[in-house]
Design a protein around this ligand. Structure first.
Ligand code: SAM
Length: 282
């Protein structure tokens, strides 16, 4: 019933004028990074209807469910507004769909915090493979913050990103039951990576925020990333975490590839491993 009323309203030019005026008011009154803006403008179908979702109706359902799950947190409960970023969900969707086509390999997220992005990855990934989540679950580590301070001024301190727990994240990712294909490892990276060195990865999401753990994650995971594997690094354009861009750019210089910047709210960089040596043989 509601959707019929919506459709009728959409066809009415009067309703559409009112809708546009309301949006203009919201845009004028609230800055784009305010919580009010996020709350009032969070509708990807209004903002930016992605045609791929209509072209492939079977994909649409998976996307719609994941978007709903991602945004099912009140802005009051997560003040960053992190979960009100539909473009980020679309990025995950396209990149993980590409990674799902690769030969056997697992998925890993470095920096999960409360599991908002982990939940989306878990929904989009090939469920016959394993998703690993690595985090201190106690926020930033003093060692990383000390290195960050040598690179630029920062307000962040050890322990920033309030503590959460392995159980809480596991239950959240699985909508109330801990998924069978989920392994959560609590500890400081790179130490927490011990024992995972021989795994091949299809998809790597790095969301550690800080320069040193991001750089060390890139260096550690690049080797075991499958040919065609996808690395996504969050905060590439974030003014709060300039170390993320620095780490990615330096790493890309080392391996001789260029990152592509994606337009989610804080920007993410994507690097895809070539299938083979790509230098032209004439
Ligand atoms: C921005 S939060 C991750 C947010 C999450 N990916 C999401 O989108 O919902 C960053 C996380 O990285 C973790 N972290 C940062 N440096 C780390 C390190 N060296 N080892 C383990 N965890 C680390 C922090 O504890 C924090 O939970």
């Amino acid at each position: 019933m509601l959707s019929i009323i919506r459709k009728l309203l959409k066809r009415s030019s009067f309703a559409s004028k009112i809708n546009i005026s309301c949006k203009k008011i919201v845009h004028t009154v609230f800055p784009p990074d305010s919580l009010e803006y996020a709350r009032l403008c969070f509708d990807i179908y209004e903002q930016y209807p992605p045609h791929v979702l209509y072209t492939f109706p079977e994909k649409h359902k998976i996307f719609k469910d994941a978007l709903k799950a991602y945004s099912a947190v009140s802005v009051e409960d997560e003040a960053s507004g992190l979960h009100t970023d539909p473009n980020r969900v679309l990025n995950f969707f396209q990149l993980i769909m590409a990674a799902n086509k690769l030969p056997e390999g697992d998925y890993i997220e470095l920096g999960s915090h409360r599991g908002f992005s982990s939940r989306v990855i878990n929904r989009f990934m090939d469920s016959s493979q394993t998703l690993y989540l690595l985090d201190t679950f106690e926020g930033f580590d003093e060692r990383d913050i000390n290195i960050e301070k040598t690179k630029h001024d920062t307000q962040w301190t050890a322990g920033s990103f309030a503590p959460t727990t392995v159980d809480r994240v596991g239950l959240y990712v699985g909508d109330g039951s801990f998924p069978n294909n989920l392994k959560i490892i609590k500890g400081w990276f790179p130490e927490s990576f011990k024992g995972l060195e021989n795994i091949s990865w299809r998809f790597v999401h790095i969301d550690f925020d800080l320069y040193d753990p991001i750089k060390s994650a890139l260096r550690t995971l690049w080797g075991p990333l499958l040919p065609g594997g996808v690395m996504l690094i969050h905060d590439y354009g974030s003014y709060g975490f300039p170390g993320a861009r620095k780490a990615v750019d330096e790493f890309c210089e080392e391996i001789g590839l260029l990152p592509i910047e994606l337009s989610d709210r804080w920007s993410s960089a994507v690097i895809r491993k070539p299938l083979r040596d790509f230098s032209l043989k004439m």
